[in-house]
Design a protein around this ligand. Structure first.
Ligand code: IPE
Ligand code: IPE
Ligand code: MG
Length: 248
């Protein structure tokens, strides 16, 4: 098996990879470290994975950074996560620009400290005309909340007479969720072994291929990413059709 993915035809590669970055706390506890050290090491995995996706020419990488349910965690852990996010937005700017990466953030902005939001906006604006990998960070994101927000937007259009209820299609909804204009994820990766989606991209993953590794997020490597892509390329995506659609 070649160490790179050069043997896989480009048409079989995922355009969009979404990752549920799980197991930071478990990884840290296993090393006898506090949970927040797992988050710190998780940032190194974010950097590594983003650079590898950019190098491989992947179109979009979406990372689940903070769910709308994660606010239940102790305040000191949340404060640390916000600190890491702010630092990331500042420290990664040069690399982001250097690698032609375009940053987007999805999720609700409430609860995000002003200073973090400012740095986020700065990086988004600065990278907005880049044409390489789109790095989409899901922060204070919840799939159900996203659908609530989309339904509200659509209902307002109907209420104001700009849209007839009978004209609402799947495209109306795709255009109203946070990911409007982005392709749906082809490959959904989850680290740390659990088999659930935890309220991530519920609308968008309807036909995503799921790949789960036992490795925790801080130990997720370029090799894991390549394994996931290789496995994805071997899948038979039928979208409800049949394996070989022979003309009748
Ligand atoms: C994932 O790691 C990162 C976030 C949810 C912010 P966790 O913090 O959930 O780590 P585990 O799953 O408890 O090990
Ligand atoms: C999912 O991880 C959210 C993120 C990776 C940001 P959680 O740790 O919140 O998921 P559950 O609670 O195990 O489902
Ligand atoms: Mg977790």
């Amino acid at each position: 098996m070649p160490s790179d993915l050069t043997d896989i035809p480009r048409t079989l590669w995922p355009r969009h990879i979404a990752i549920i970055m799980e197991g930071n706390g478990r990884w840290a506890q296993r090393q006898g470290l506090p949970r927040i050290e797992g988050h710190r090491r998780g940032v190194a995995s974010v950097r590594r994975t983003t650079e590898e996706c950019a190098r491989l020419g992947i179109e979009q990488l979406t990372l689940y950074c903070l769910s709308s349910e994660n606010w239940k965690r102790p305040q000191h852990e949340l404060d640390f996560l916000m600190h890491l996010l702010e630092q990331y937005m500042i420290e990664e700017r040069a690399t982001i620009m250097d690698q032609n990466i375009r940053v987007a953030v999805i999720g609700r902005r409430d609860g995000i400290p002003d200073s973090v939001e400012r740095e986020m906006e700065k990086t988004i604006a600065m990278s907005s005309t880049n044409t390489g990998l789109r790095l989409c960070l899901a922060v204070n994101y919840g799939g159900r909340g996203e659908l609530v927000d989309a339904v509200r937007r659509i209902a307002e259009r109907v209420h104001s007479g700009n849209l007839a209820a009978a004209e609402i299609t799947e495209k109306t909804i795709s255009d109203s969720v946070y990911t409007a204009g982005m392709p749906d994820p082809d490959l959904l990766v989850r680290t740390a072994g659990e088999m659930r989606v935890s309220n991530f991209l519920l609308w968008q993953i309807s036909y995503a291929e799921i790949w789960v590794t036992k490795h925790c997020w801080p130990e997720f490597s370029e090799q894991d990413l390549q394994l996931a892509i290789r496995d994805y390329a071997s899948r038979d995506r039928r979208f409800g059709g049949l394996k070989e659609m022979t003309p009748q």
